[in-house]
Design a protein around this ligand. Structure first.
Ligand SMILES: Nc1ncnc2c1ncn2[C@@H]1O[C@H](COP(=O)(O)OP(=O)(O)OP(=O)(O)O)[C@@H](O)[C@H]1O
Length: 886
């Protein structure tokens, strides 16, 4: 038995330059076994030849596949006549004996079944242990403790080979020790004889079975672990005592096999599957590690790799002995083994000397470290004052700027408060003045008992053909002076004449329309309230920004806020018309508990039991783009085509349906019809203004030069659409439905007047009120932008790639640009001069919203077409046909 001396070991370490935490590659040895008796008996020949100490050659004597031999190089190769002693001495010894220097080490045997793994590992284990004992004997100055444990992994279950229990053991992750096996027996060795006895126990316990390739085939992976702890005798029990501790693993893997070759069935087949699977995981781990330690390595995919993780790229020195069978029938398996060996030689490990300090030594070391740190703290490095000063200066400068900005904002807020107060005073004065006139909105609310016949009724009374309207009185139930000194009026409108049969005027939730001074005054009040709301909103925005400032002066903020919330010492309460603006407010406004009045109870504008801020914005008329108005009621008119249009347009993409559009048109026409007849509803700034700019002309028959007039009106409408940011879908519906028929004149007129009013209102920066919701220039732009985005999303659904390509080309859009679909939509309806552009725009949008272009047919379906008016009387000529529509 060869022995190793301490000096020899130390020399070897110096020579190799390892053991101090440097990386080294796994040592890969290849051992070719000689042909066995069976193989010789069947005249098998070996195609493998070790041409030198490091190269093995595959020489295919049959030359079936390649004319040329293949050479494989490794750290060391051993031919069939090499002994295990040679393999140990010239290969594995250096690695195995690192353990005595406190370095973990592992020796693996890898190869196909019957290639000689167990044969080799038995010898290697024996020689290593013998050398370790020899080393211990030569180093009496150190005290050694040897511990031994042994496991086998059989069918993915871990078994303690030193225990007769067959209970599988669990693998655990210990934060300090890493992967450990729970309840594993670890025997402290008494002597070499004791170890020999334990090794024979393991051999007896290990699962071995007969296969056609190996009579004593190992059916499990075996890991024998020898742990050596050593410390110098002179320091034992003393402060300076340190201990070296390391383990050497002897790993005899189960052999890879082909079920067909091993003729495996039943239990053997099952074993073979587990063996091959865990070996595959080992190969994968090795392959990944051979490419560098980047990314995830699947150690946890098998118990084998999980337990051997430190040996594979961790804190250990590792040698792998790859065993080959020379027989021709095993060529493929041998090549696979060499492939594994080639990968393994690229894997690096990082072995370190494992020094364990005694508790006393550790305390001493820590005390020393603590003293060093305390010393550092006592004499800190001088700070960089100039850099600190510079930083402080910058902070001061920033804060000064913030203060200047805040002062500016405070001044602005103060001036807005003044403006608001002035506006409120003016409003009060005008209300009082209007009250004296007896014809104003304030007058309408002035007395519960008085019943005043309105001047606006005169016209109807003159007209004997029209039914006379009932006299109505609108009255105010409370004012700010009378009740809560509110700045905005809390008003409600009720009919005094409950007995009247005429409910038409209020059936839409609208108030009575009157002309003359009453109308003017009411309108002025509305405008005043509208601009007050705007002021209030602006003011609130300013307040919000002031309140959220990070460096605000608390007193200043409070002062501003108290001025805003109580500028006249009164509590600010918004009128009902202000409520929509308060929907976004986080706290409920002061009228939260105001019960619905008679008017609201009877009409759906404010559902009972439901607060106004609970109502979703769309119920106020969500399409605030000056175009389509949403209608809850769906037209019963329709055919398959209409239904189709409805289903396709009002569904998934939230496209207003064509009947919603038609309902809006009809409503508008009805409103204007009522205006002209004096029986209509008011309460809508838009309707009133339309009337005030001369609705009567609508009753004229279409002019003789109607085609020219139609072109002029259409151009005018298209320009107004653009100016008022009208919905593209509205434009498309309108454009496709009204194509120049003389009967279109009424709708054309209505559209022009509506849009002219909107344009004028927007140009003054005022909001327009319509159908219970507020339209502003900004809100219409926003809504249009939303609609364009929605249409652009539909491009992919409605057009094929080819069609889209053509469209991009036609509309001058770069087909490669990122936002090409939106760019295209943005180009639609922009050129108001070019009829082709308009027609093309309508075509694109109609396809996107799946709207049929059969305008005339649809018009008839919706009842938008009517007989040419009989112009008997200017004021009545179109009324019968119009009535039939409404
Ligand atoms: N180098 C060698 N010289 C002489 N005989 C050998 C050599 N290697 C292996 N043998 C013999 O070959 C047979 C199979 O060897 P061994 O059991 O070690 O193979 P194995 O690779 O461990 O197989 P398995 O994976 O099936 O357990 C044994 O009888 C063994 O004695």
């Amino acid at each position: 038995m060869g022995a190793i001396g301490g000096e020899e070991l130390m020399n070897w370490e110096k020579m190799e330059g390892v053991g101090n935490g440097r990386e080294e590659k796994i040592l890969v040895l290849v051992r070719l076994r000689p042909l066995n008796e069976k193989e010789i008996a069947r005249n098998d020949v070996s195609d493998w030849e070790c041409i030198n100490d490091t190269t093995v050659l595959f020489r295919n004597s049959l030359q079936e596949r390649s004319m040329f031999p293949t050479a494989y190089s490794f750290d060391r190769v051993f031919s069939g006549d090499a002994t295990t002693r040679q393999v140990y001495d010239e290969g594995a010894k250096g690695i195995a004996l690192s353990v005595v220097s406190g370095i973990n080490s592992s020796i693996f045997a890898y190869g196909q079944t019957s290639s000689g793994k167990t044969y080799t590992m038995t010898g290697i284990t024996e020689y290593t242990v013998a050398d370790i004992y020899a080393y211990m004997q030569k180093h009496e100055e150190r005290a050694f403790v040897l511990k031994f444990s042994a496991i086998e992994i059989y069918n993915e279950a871990i078994r303690d080979l030193l225990s007769t229990d067959n209970i599988p053991l669990r693998v655990l992750d210990d934060p300090e020790k890493g992967t450990i096996i729970e309840k594993l027996t670890e025997e402290t060795l008494r002597d070499w004889g004791h170890l020999k006895q334990l090794l024979s126990v393991c051999e007896a316990q290990r699962k071995v079975g007969e296969t056609s390739l190996n009579e004593t085939s190992s059916r499990s992976h075996q890991i024998l672990r020898l742990t050596i702890e050593s410390s110098a005798n002179e320091f034992i029990g003393k402060d300076k005592s340190t201990k070296l501790t390391a383990s050497v693993n002897f790993v005899d893997l189960a052999g890879s096999e082909r079920a067909a070759q091993a003729l495996s069935v039943g239990q053997r087949l099952k074993e073979g599957c587990h063996i091959n699977r865990s070996l595959l995981t080992l190969s994968t781990v090795i392959r990944k590690l051979s490419k560098g330690k980047h990314g995830h390595v699947n150690y946890r995919d098998s118990k084998l790799t999980r337990i051997l993780q430190p040996c594979l790229g961790g804190n250990a020195r590792t040698a792998i002995i790859c065993t080959l069978s020379p027989a021709r029938e095993h060529v493929e398996q041998s090549k696979n083994t060499l492939l594994f060996a080639s990968c393994a030689k690229e894997v690096t490990t990082n072995a370190q000397v494992n020094v364990v300090m005694s508790d006393k030594a550790l305390v001493k070391h820590l005390q020393k470290e603590l003293a060093r740190l305390e010393n550092e703290l006592r004499t800190p490095a001088p700070p960089d004052y100039s850099a600190l000063l510079k930083k402080k200066d910058q902070q001061i400068e920033k804060l000064e700027k913030e203060v200047r900005d805040l002062i500016k904002q405070r001044d602005l807020a103060e001036s807005r408060i003044q403006e608001l107060l002035q506006a409120v005073r003016n409003d009060q004065v005008s209300t009082q003045w209007d009250g004296r006139q007896g014809n104003t909105c304030a007058d309408e609310y002035s007395s519960e008992s008085s019943s005043t016949k309105l001047p606006g009724t005169t016209r109807h009374q003159e007209n004997s053909n029209s039914p006379s309207l009932p006299s109505r009185t609108l009255f105010r139930t409370r004012t700010e002076e009378e009740e809560s000194n509110t700045v905005c009026k809390e008003v409600r409108c009720v009919e005094t004449d409950e007995s009247t049969n005429d409910q038409t005027a209020i059936s839409n939730g609208e108030s009575e329309s009157v002309s003359g001074p009453t109308e003017t005054s009411h309108l002025r009040n509305r405008v005043n309230i509208g601009s007050l709301e705007q002021n209030f909103q602006d003011l609130q925005n300013t307040i919000n920004s002031l309140v959220t400032r990070p460096y605000g002066d608390g007193d200043e903020e409070q002062e501003v806020q108290s001025q805003i919330s109580n500028p006249t010492g009164h509590k600010l309460t918004k009128s009902r018309s202000c409520r929509a603006n308060l929907v976004t407010s986080s706290s409920p406004p002061a009228f939260e508990n105001t019960p619905p009045n008679d008017f609201e109870t009877r009409h759906s504008a404010r559902p009972e039991g439901r607060k106004l801020w609970d109502i979703p914005p769309q119920e106020y008329g969500g399409a605030a783009s000056g175009g389509l108005l949403r209608s809850d009621s769906q037209s019963s008119l329709g055919s398959t085509m209409l239904e189709d249009a409805k289903n396709k347009t009002s569904g998934e993409e939230d496209i207003p349906s064509v009947d919603t559009f038609v309902a809006g048109l009809k409503k508008m026409a009805k409103l204007q019809f009522d205006q002209v007849n004096g029986s209509g509803a008011e309460g809508d700034g838009l309707g009133k203004s339309v009337k005030s700019i001369g609705i009567d002309s609508m009753m004229d028959s279409p002019p003789a030069d109607w085609p020219q007039e139609f072109a002029r009106q259409q151009k005018c409408i298209v320009e107004l659409w653009q100016a008022c940011n009208v919905s593209l879908i509205h434009r498309t519906y309108f454009f496709l439905l009204f194509r120049g028929d003389p009967m279109d004149s009424i709708y054309m007129e209505v559209e022009i007047r509506r849009l002219s009013f909107l344009k004028e209102t927007f140009s003054k920066g005022n909001p327009a009120f319509h159908d219970g919701h507020t339209l502003t220039s900004a809100s219409s732009i926003k809504a249009l932008r939303r609609e364009k985005a929605m249409l652009s999303r539909l491009m992919n659904k409605r057009f094929s790639e080819e069609e889209k390509k053509k469209l991009y080309q036609k509309w001058g859009v770069n087909p490669n640009s990122k936002r090409r679909r939106l760019q295209l939509i943005h180009r639609l309806w922009t050129n108001t001069e070019d009829p082709n552009h308009l027609q093309d725009s309508a075509s694109v949008v109609s396809k996107l919203i799946k709207f049929s272009e059969q305008g005339q047919a649809l018009k008839e379906m919706f009842g938008l077409s009517f007989s040419p008016p009989k112009m008997v009387r200017r004021s009545l000529g179109w009324k019968p046909s119009m009535s039939s529509l409404l």
